[in-house]
Design a protein around this ligand. Structure first.
Ligand code: HEM
Length: 563
C-alpha cells in the first residue's frame, strides 16, 4: 500500500511517569498562569493608576497624543491594560476561548499583552484564513520562550514564512517524508508494532495490569528514532535503560516547556518575573540538555559510525532487522545543501529538524492511539464492531498488515472519530499574518497572531450531530470526510502551507496501532471497574494527552503463536 494520503481512506506526554520524569520543579502552563497572574494583578493595578494619572495630567505620549488608526476589528472581550486578555485563557484555553466565541462569534479579537490576536472557531472561518488567505497567514510568531533563549529560530515548526522555512520544508517533503521512503521503513514499523503486542502479551501472561500508555509511547518513540537515527531506544523489557529514559525525559521536558506561555514573550518589560522565579534558568538547562544529546548523536553519525543500539534485551530479530535498515533521515539531512544551494545544511539546522520530528511526531501519534482505546472501552458496541470487522477481513490466523487498512472501513471511521474528539493541538500552532489584510469585513494588520480553535471546530453543532458523542458511524454515513485539510470541520493536522507534513505517518501509526491492539486483545479496566468511570480528562500543553495514563487488563484474542 502506498503511503500517499489519497490512498488512505482516512485520507501528536503522556509518559506514564511523565510528571516524575519532568521533575517536581517543572512549571506547567496552569501553574505559570496562577503564580504569574497573582503578580500581574498587583502590577496591573499599579500601572493602571499610573496611566490614569498620566492621562489626567496630560503627560507626553498620552492617549490624546496617539494617532488614531480606525481598524474594523472583530468583536471580542475588552482587554485589560498591560496584559490584554491573558487572564481569560485559563488552564484550558481551548475551552475558555470556545466559551468566549459563543458570545463574540467565530472570528474574535483578543490581545496577549499588546500583541493582536484573532481567534477562529468555525469551519467556514477556518477555510477563509487557511485556504482563501493561506499565504497571508503562513507566518509564525516567535517560539514559546524565544525571549528567554534569544537565539535565531532554525527549525521548521517555528520558522516564519520565508526562504529558510521553504528550504527545510522542501527537504522534508521531497527527500524525507516521501511515500517511497516511508514505504521502505514498513518492515521496521511492522517489527516495532509486533514487539509492542508481544510485550503486552508477556505482561498479560504474568497477570499484570498493562501500562498501555508506556507501551504505545515507547513504540512511537522507537518508530521515529529508527527512521531518524537508525537507533531504537526501548527494548522489549525497557526498564533500566538509562540512556533511553534520559533521552525521552529530556524531550518530554522540552515538549512541556514548549507548551508554556512565557509572559516575557508578550510583555518584554516583565521579563524580570521569569528571571526572578528561576524559570529562565530552568528552560535554558532543559534546552541545553536536549541540544547536547542531539549534538552527540550527530557527531557519531558524522563520524560514520552506527549508533549503538540500546537493545540488549531485544530479540535477535530486531538486531537483524537493523542491519538491513534503509538510509536514515539524518544521513539524508547530512547531504542536503544549505539554503543558498551551496555546501551543506548547517549542523544546527539538522539538529533542529530531528528535534522537530521527535517533538511533533511521537507523543502526538501515541496519544491518539491511547485516546482511541479509551473511547472503545467506553463504547463496547463500537469495540465489538471493530473486532468483528478485523476477524472477518484478517481472521485469527494472522496479524493485521498495513496492506489491510484500505479494507477496514470501520477502523478508518474509528480513527477519524478519535481525531475529531481528541485533536492533539486543541488550539492549532499559532500562525501570523505576513502583511496587512482584510477578511470577513475586518482589518488585520501585519503580525496579527492567528489562533485556530480546532477543538471547538471539531465539536461545532452546526457540522456535527451530538458532537460530544463518540460515534464512528457518522463517518460510515459520510466516508468522504477525511483529515487531509480539505474538510474544514475536521482539521487535526491543520490545512494549507503550514499543514503537518507528517500527516501520512501520523495517520498510519494510529490506524495500525488501533488495528493491532484491538485485533490482539480484549481490554477491560482493572478490578472489573465500570468503563463509564474511566477518567477522560485531557492535560493541555503543546499536545493533549490523557490526564490519567491508561492502564488495562489485556486478554489475548489470538492463538499464542501470533504473539
Ligand atoms: C497524529 C499525529 C500528528 C498530529 C495530530 C499532528 C498535528 C500537527 C499540527 C496540527 C500541526 C500544525 C499545523 C499548522 O500550523 O497549521 C503540525 C505541524 C507539524 N508537524 Fe505534525 N502532527 C502529527 C504527526 C507528525 C509527525 C509524525 C511528524 C514528522 C514526522 C510531524 C511533523 C510536523 C512538523 C515538522 C510540523 C510543522 C510544519 C510547519 O510549520 O511547516 N507531525 N502537526
Amino acid at each position: 500500500m502506498s503511503l500517499t494520503v489519497e490512498n488512505m481512506d482516512i485520507a501528536s506526554t503522556n509518559l506514564p511517569s511523565g510528571d516524575q520524569l519532568m521533575g517536581a520543579d517543572l512549571l506547567t502552563r496552569t501553574q505559570l498562569w496562577s503564580w504569574e497572574s497573582l503578580l500581574l494583578l498587583g502590577l496591573v493595578s499599579i500601572v493602571t493608576l499610573f496611566l490614569f494619572v498620566k492621562v489626567l495630567f496630560g503627560g507626553a505620549g498620552g492617549l490624546q497624543g496617539r494617532k488614531a488608526v480606525k481598524l474594523r476589528q472583530p468583536p471580542g472581550p475588552r482587554p485589560l491594560p498591560i496584559i490584554g486578555n491573558m487572564h481569560q485563557f485559563g488552564s484550558q484555553p481551548h475551552i475558555s476561548l470556545w466559551n468566549l466565541a459563543k458570545k463574540y462569534g467565530p472570528i474574535m479579537h483578543l490581545k496577549l499583552g499588546s500583541q493582536r490576536v484573532v481567534v477562529v472557531s468555525s469551519a467556514d472561518a477556518a477555510r477563509e484564513f487557511l485556504k482563501v488567505q493561506d499565504k497571508v497567514w503562513a507566518g509564525r510568531p516567535p517560539a514559546p520562550g524565544a525571549s528567554i533563549f534569544e537565539e535565531k529560530i532554525v527549525d521548521i515548526v517555528w520558522s516564519t514564512y520565508g526562504n529558510y522555512w521553504r528550504h527545510l520544508r522542501k527537504i522534508l517533503t521531497i527527500e524525507i517524508l516521501t511515500s517511497k521512503r516511508l514505504e521502505s521503513f514498513r518492515p521496521l514499523r511492522t517489527q516495532e508494532f509486533s514487539e509492542m503486542v508481544r510485550s503486552i502479551w508477556d505482561d498479560s501472561q504474568q497477570g499484570k495490569v498493562v501500562d498501555l500508555a508506556v507501551k504505545i509511547s515507547h513504540l512511537s518513540f522507537n518508530n521515529m528514532t529508527r527512521m531518524l537515527l537508525n537507533k531504537r531506544f526501548f527494548g522489549v523489557n525497557a526498564s533500566g535503560q538509562e540512556e533511553a529514559f534520559r533521552f525521552k525525559e529530556a524531550n518530554t521536558k522540552f515538549l512541556s516547556l514548549a507548551g508554556v506561555i512565557s509572559i516575557s514573550d508578550y510583555i518584554p518589560w516583565l521579563a524580570w518575573i521569569t528571571k526572578a522565579t528561576g524559570f529562565n534558568k530552568y528552560m535554558k538547562k532543559v534546552k541545553a540538555e536536549v541540544d547536547n544529546m542531539f549534538h552527540e548523536f550527530l557527531e557519531v553519525k558524522k563520524n560514520g559510525k552506527k549508533l549503538q543500539n540500546n537493545d540488549s534485551t531485544t530479540p535477535a530479530t530486531a538486531a537483524d532487522e537493523n542491519q538491513n535498515q534503509p538510509e536514515d533521515f539524518v544521513d539524508i539531512l547530512l547531504r542536503q545543501p544549505a539554503e543558498d544551494g551551496t555546501g551543506h545544511l548547517a549542523d544546527i539546522s539538522i539538529k533542529a529538524v530531528i528535534q522537530d520530528m521527535i517533538v511533533a511526531g511521537t507523543d502526538t501519534s501515541s496519544n491518539v492511539v491511547e485516546w482511541g482505546i479509551s473511547e472503545l472501552i467506553r463504547h463496547p458496541e463500537a469495540e465489538k464492531k471493530l473486532q468483528e470487522e478485523l476477524d472477518r477481513v484478517i481472521g485469527k490466523e494472522r496479524t493485521v498488515t498495513e496492506a489491510d487498512i484500505p479494507n477496514l472501513p470501520y477502523l478508518n471511521a474509528v480513527v477519524k472519530e478519535t481525531f475529531r474528539l481528541h485533536p492533539q493541538t486543541p488550539i492549532n500552532l499559532p500562525h501570523k499574518s505576513i502583511e496587512d489584510t482584510t477578511l470577513g469585513g475586518f482589518d488585520f494588520p501585519v503580525n496579527t497572531i492567528l489562533l485556530l480553535n480546532i477543538y471547538a471546530i471539531q465539536r461545532d453543532p452546526n457540522w456535527w450531530e451530538r458532537p460530544e458523542e463518540f460515534d464512528p458511524e457518522r463517518f460510515i454515513k459520510n466516508p468522504e470526510i477525511n483529515v487531509t485539510g480539505n474538510h474544514f470541520q475536521l482539521i487535526p493536522f491543520g490545512s494549507g502551507r503550514r499543514q503537518c507534513p507528517g500527516m501520512p505517518l501520523g495517520v498510519l501509526f494510529v490506524q495500525m496501532g488501533l488495528a493491532r491492539l484491538v485485533h490482539s486483545f480484549q481490554f477491560s479496566l482493572p478490578d472489573a471497574a465500570d468503563p463509564a468511570t474511566l477518567d477522560m480528562t485531557a492535560r493541555f500543553g503543546l499536545t493533549a494527552p490523557r490526564t490519567v495514563p491508561l492502564k488495562l487488563v489485556c486478554k489475548p484474542r489470538l492463538p499464542n503463536h501470533l504473539y
